[in-house]
Write a protein that binds this ligand. Structure first.
Ligand SMILES: NC(=O)C1=CN([C@@H]2O[C@H](COP(=O)(O)OP(=O)(O)OC[C@H]3O[C@@H](n4cnc5c(N)ncnc54)[C@H](O)[C@@H]3O)[C@@H](O)[C@H]2O)C=CC1
Ligand SMILES: Nc1nc(=O)c2c([nH]1)NC[C@@H]1CN(c3ccc(C(=O)N[C@@H](CCC(=O)O)C(=O)O)cc3)CN21
Length: 286
């Protein structure tokens, strides 16, 4: 199903998985999906390896999701893809039966200054996919705390608007723990004419290093409450996870009070804590 159609009817609840590295087995991920399938997510996304290291695994996981009858949205990036590569890979993806795609520039591999491919940014990739694959529902990404490379908010939001103009039908946000920043962003985007639904990308707080790595590499703030958690339980992974789950649930409640189109939760390929968060907050039944 096209996700844009789902978003017309309800607030979505969705999950994100990443393919295992090439030398890792598929079973743990399959086991995770087996466990999380019962929540009947409106869709699931599958990430796409930077530098193309696990593109093959992305395909495998996508096929599996479709075989399960779950609505799929694969990530797809410009990194290292010529014009022909994009045409070929997206054609293969459409032929699998997929109807949705998250079109991204992608993370630049260490030392790179550009995508090393024909397209240079999310917005031109979106335009190309929209032109050649009108049957696909295209999503783009957006940045409540602005993209780390963007010089200012105004330009980042102008590029966001151009993604919509180029054919993106909805957006998924970067992780954001700072609710005030999020509300400001939402306001700015709407004022700039971004009318498409905005689904929140949500990173569960389960592991100190994961949180620090993702926030610092993406230029996201660690609000005082989260910093307190790090200071208090940083040396005790179990206690951190316990407190982090409560923090995550609270974050979800706060997001649900805002004008968002859905919650897209990173599963980090784990199911126990994720299931607990979904059960306790009831987000799967909203
Ligand atoms: N937010 C999300 O849900 C997800 C984000 N990502 C990551 O997000 C990152 C970037 O992907 P996108 O959002 O597609 O990047 P993007 O191309 O939209 O933006 C990247 C940077 O370039 C600037 N920019 C955008 N269009 C431009 C243009 N036409 N000319 C000059 N500058 C422009 C932006 O302000 C930003 O600083 C990657 O690191 C990707 O892997 C990955 C998965 C999901
Ligand atoms: N810049 C950027 N690149 C991405 O690939 C990306 C985003 N942002 N934001 C949205 C989603 C979220 N993604 C991710 C990817 C990894 C972790 C993470 O915590 N990884 C852990 C390892 C997890 C594990 O293997 O158990 C880490 O320590 O890197 C979180 C969110 C991928 N996506």
């Amino acid at each position: 199903m096209r996700i844009s159609e789902i978003l017309k009817e309800k607030r979505s609840f969705s999950l994100e998985f990443f393919p295992p590295k090439l030398d890792q087995p598929m079973e743990p991920l399959m086991d995770t999906i087996d466990h999380l399938e019962r929540f009947k997510p409106d869709f699931v996304s599958v990430t796409y390896g930077a530098g193309g290291t696990n593109k093959g695994r992305n395909n495998e996981v996508c096929i599996n999701i479709l075989e399960r009858g779950i609505t799929l949205m694969s990530h797809f990036t410009c990194i290292g893809n010529s014009r022909e590569d994009v045409r070929e890979r997206v054609t293969r993806y459409v032929n699998m039966g997929a109807e949705n795609i998250l079109a991204l520039r992608g993370d630049l591999p260490e030392g790179w200054t550009g995508t090393g491919g024909y397209y240079t940014h999310g917005n031109d990739l979106i335009a190309a996919i929209a032109e050649h694959f009108p049957q696909l529902c295209i999503a783009g990404s957006c940045y409540p705390e602005k993209h780390i490379e963007a010089p200012d908010f105004a330009s980042d939001i102008a590029f966001l608007k151009s993604k919509q103009d180029n054919g993106a039908e909805f957006f998924v946000t970067q992780l954001c723990f700072d609710m005030e920043a999020f509300e400001r962003f939402l306001d700015m985007a709407r004022k700039a004419g971004v009318t498409a639904p905005i689904v929140v990308g949500l990173m569960p707080v389960l592991n100190k290093n994961g949180v620090i790595k993702m926030t610092s590499s993406n230029g996201c703030a660690i609000p005082p409450e989260l910093q307190t958690l790090i200071d208090k339980y940083g040396d005790d992974p179990d206690e951190f996870r316990k407190a982090g789950k409560e923090y995550t649930k609270d974050l979800i409640y706060r997001y649900l009070k805002t004008d968002i189109a859905g919650i897209h939760m990173y599963t980090l390929n784990k199911y126990k804590d994720i299931s607990e968060i979904i059960d306790d907050t009831g987000i799967a039944n909203a």
